[in-house]
Write a protein that binds this ligand. Structure first.
Ligand code: TXA
Ligand code: MG
Length: 366
């Protein structure tokens, strides 16, 4: 049953007020829902061992039961509470990347309800690197299942206002500690298969993981339009703004030329089109669009810069929400190149595009 009022507790991100943490932990322990910051995005937490609490997460988010949740722990040692037959490589990964934006898929312990894992015999776990999340997990003294704290298929929340926009009145408590650092969700690595594979690129770059796991694979999700036929954990539709988003791929020059032509071809009576692009592309486009009558009817939304894909990641979801707020019903998106967090940014935009991808070719690529 949805909560009637959401209690917002503002806390210091480095030294959260123990009373606020205690109240939030008690809320979790009594089977209710708490949204809290992690280093990636805000999560919507509930007791991972309580099927009723888990049901509340799915109801509040309107999330399909086939989409499994990540279980959050405050220490590596707690992995044994929720997983069995933990492969030796997990200790090495944990030492290097935990606390941090890495989720590991492991064989499920029988005490973890199947509703957490969408019926799978595996469970996703991580130790988040955020003082507020760690304080909450320690005080709750329970494994906490937490998907991103947004309505299903909306962009993940990177600040408390995003959480409230989607879930106000549907959750019991929100710990507000300001904007998150990483901005995209954790990297998910499946260590139940040999060699291990990345099931979702995210906050830990592929390059860093391959230093420890040289044969690590990357599963590229197909642009399946038919969500119902996709296996649990592999759903494509996600991160979507309300507007129809098209991802424009290719070399820098070609991508800009394509976007420019698409803007100029529009009828003046059409609603403004949104453009989501790194700062370099936005400044080139805005110069090209400047006419004696001012700029054309376009909402240019910069996010990060080509030289700093981590900033693109940090600003991605807020920028998608900002474009929605500007009332556009169509968005053309340009992604940074794939090294570092660029890969995760591309992945989120591919999924937001739901198959609407234009490849302009690679000539002129930086
Ligand atoms: O950074 C993050 O990971 C954030 C913060 C809150 O920790 N959480 C997050 O959760 O992104 P969520 O629910 O939005 O995404 C969880 C995804 C599922 O959609 C699924 O793709 C994958 O994790 N997943 C979970 N359990 C899985 C399993 N047993 N096998 C395969 N994939 C799984
Ligand atoms: Mg999510």
């Amino acid at each position: 049953m949805p909560a009637r009022r959401t209690q917002v507790l503002t806390v210091d991100r480095h030294r959260p007020d123990p009373e606020a943490i205690r109240l939030a932990a008690d809320t979790i322990r009594s089977g209710r829902l708490v949204a809290f910051p992690t280093e990636t995005v805000y999560g919507l937490g509930a007791n991972a061992l309580d099927p009723d609490a888990i049901h509340r997460i799915f109801a509040a988010k309107e999330r399909p039961a086939a989409d499994p949740l990540i279980v959050h722990l405050d220490t590596f040692e707690s992995v044994a509470v929720v997983a069995v037959d933990v492969p030796p490589v997990v200790a090495a990964l944990a030492r290097r990347f935990w606390p941090g934006p890495l989720t590991l898929i492991l064989p499920r312990h029988a005490r973890v309800p199947l509703s957490v894992t969408a019926g799978l015999e595996t469970v996703a776990v991580r130790v988040p690197a955020h003082p507020v999340a760690l304080a909450l997990l320690a005080a709750a003294a329970l494994p906490v299942a937490a998907p991103s704290a947004n309505l299903f298929s909306r962009p993940s929340p990177t600040c408390a206002a995003h959480v409230l926009a989607d879930l106000d009145g549907r959750i019991d408590v929100l710990l507000d500690a300001g904007a998150t650092d990483v901005g995209v969700e954790s990297t998910i690595v499946d260590v139940t298969v040999q060699p291990p594979v990345v099931r979702r690129p995210g906050g830990v770059p592929l390059e860093a993981l391959r230093e420890l796991l040289p044969d690590l694979g990357l599963v590229v999700r197909a642009a399946a339009a038919d969500v119902a036929q996709v296996a649990p954990g592999q759903m494509l539709r996600h991160y979507a703004p309300r507007a129809r988003l098209t991802l424009v791929l290719g070399g820098e020059e070609r991508v800009r030329q394509y976007v420019l032509s698409a803007i100029q071809a529009r009828d003046a009576r059409q609603r403004p089109i949104g453009v989501l692009a790194p700062a370099e592309d936005v400044s080139t486009l805005s110069q090209a669009l400047r006419t004696p009558n001012g700029e054309r009817d376009v909402a240019l939304q910069p996010y990060g810069s080509r030289g700093d894909p981590s900033r693109c990641a940090r600003e991605l979801f807020a920028s998608l929400r900002a474009l929605d707020a500007r009332g556009v019903d169509e968005i053309l998106a340009i992604a940074p190149d794939a090294p570092g967090l660029g890969l995760a940014v591309r992945d989120r935009l591919m999924r937001a595009a739901e198959g609407r991808i234009v490849d302009t070719g690679c000539t002129g690529s930086a």
